[in-house]
Ligand binder design. Structure first.
Ligand SMILES: NC(=O)c1ccc[n+]([C@@H]2O[C@H](COP(=O)([O-])OP(=O)(O)OC[C@H]3O[C@@H](n4cnc5c(N)ncnc54)[C@H](O)[C@@H]3O)[C@@H](O)[C@H]2O)c1
Length: 326
């Protein structure tokens, strides 16, 4: 591997813009190629950014021989692409969720262990400035024993014509898409989930997958968590709060902060200012440093596999529908 990393992006839709811009601004990286099954999209994006466009991702790997590849396609394609890249020794930044099925997720985690290449699963909120500040406060033990965790990641997005509306392509709807982000944030801050209850349904939009879901967690640390996600709420509905034995942490402005902390018995909110930053920049910085052997990945196939297990258990519980009330 030369000093300059040659990068390629597979799937040139919505989220690829973040991958393209972060490779373009990273030092020591040449964004060499992009591939999309939609040839017109591949040609247009390639022309716009001056890289080589392909309508066949394997051809891109053969001809360009990238050192790092981003996978930005719908989840049902992640396994085939990631395993092939890893087999070739190419480092992979794969978009979340890790895959659309448990079998695929496990195969990807296994491949990451077998080959001499990194696999990051892009749970970008680990680098979100307000979440980083909450993590600092928790690491400083301001809360003591955590008791109750609440997070809502919901709003209105029309997804009827999107891959997220297809169970085969996405593996699930709002619960899989945003619920996996929210579960990963819980894991990052609080540790693993030991059990989960859930309701998930298609309440408003005309789609095969769920557009509203609620999960209740019990963490390995004993903390209870409640996570609400959805595409069909009338407007943005973001909430974040952790209650512990020594006080309460909350975020009112998820994007800019501050993170608020109320020590027990004071009734006063202390504002902890947040260092401005971009979560994608942090994520790419960590990925590229890990590729160069200068850092450990913060979001791995293993952490992503735990998220996938939580979401799969949540869907199973949602189907069982709990205890009925006569
Ligand atoms: N980290 C985040 O916050 C975030 C945000 C949005 C999306 N995502 C994830 O990124 C992935 C893609 O989502 P999106 O919103 O960009 O979807 P999208 O539909 O906008 O883009 C997907 C692209 O993949 C292309 N594609 C499909 N099959 C292909 C193939 N065989 N070869 C090459 N290209 C192919 C499509 O033509 C399309 O351009 C999903 O896993 C999604 O969950 C993550």
């Amino acid at each position: 591997m030369s000093d300059t990393l040659k990068a390629g992006v597979i799937g040139l839709g919505g989220i690829s813009a973040q991958h393209i811009s972060n490779y373009r601004k990273a030092e020591g990286v040449e964004l060499a190629a992009g591939a999309d099954i939609d040839k017109a999209a591949a040609d247009a994006t390639a022309a716009k950014y001056g890289f080589k466009g392909f309508d066949d991702w394997r051809k891109m790997l053969d001809e360009v021989e990238p050192d790092v590849v981003s996978i930005c396609t719908p989840p049902f394609l992640h396994r085939e692409m990631a395993v092939e890249c890893l087999r070739r020794g190419i480092h992979v930044m794969c978009e979340k969720p890790i895959a659309s099925t448990m079998e695929d997720a496990e195969a990807m985690a296994a491949a990451a262990g077998e080959h001499d290449a990194q696999l990051m699963v892009a749970y970008c909120h680990r680098w979100h400035p307000t979440i980083k500040k909450v993590k600092q406060l928790l690491d400083a033990d301001v809360l003591g024993k955590p008791l109750f965790y609440r997070c809502a990641f919901a709003g209105w997005v029309e997804f009827a014509d999107n891959h997220r509306a297809s169970k085969m392509q996405a593996g699930g709807g709002a619960l899989m898409d945003n619920g996996s982000h929210a579960t990963d944030i819980y894991q990052f801050l609080m540790g693993k989930v030991s059990n989960v209850s859930c309701r998930a349904g298609t309440l408003l939009q005309s789609m095969e997958t769920d557009d509203v879901a609620v999960m209740i967690f019990e963490g390995e640390n004993g903390c209870f968590g409640e996570v609400l996600v959805g595409y069909s709420l009338p407007g943005d509905h973001t909430e974040f709060k952790i209650v512990g034995e020594k006080g309460v942490i909350k975020i009112e402005d998820y994007f800019s902060g501050p993170v608020l902390f109320q020590p027990k018995g004071t009734g006063e909110w202390l504002a902890h200012e947040v260092t401005p930053g971009d979560r994608f920049e942090g994520e790419f910085g960590n990925f590229l440093a890990a590729v160069r052997g200068e850092a450990e990945l913060l979001s791995t196939a293993e952490t992503a596999l735990h998220v996938h297990k939580v979401i799969a258990a949540a869907y199973a519980d949602a189907q069982a529908k709990g205890q009925s009330v006569e």
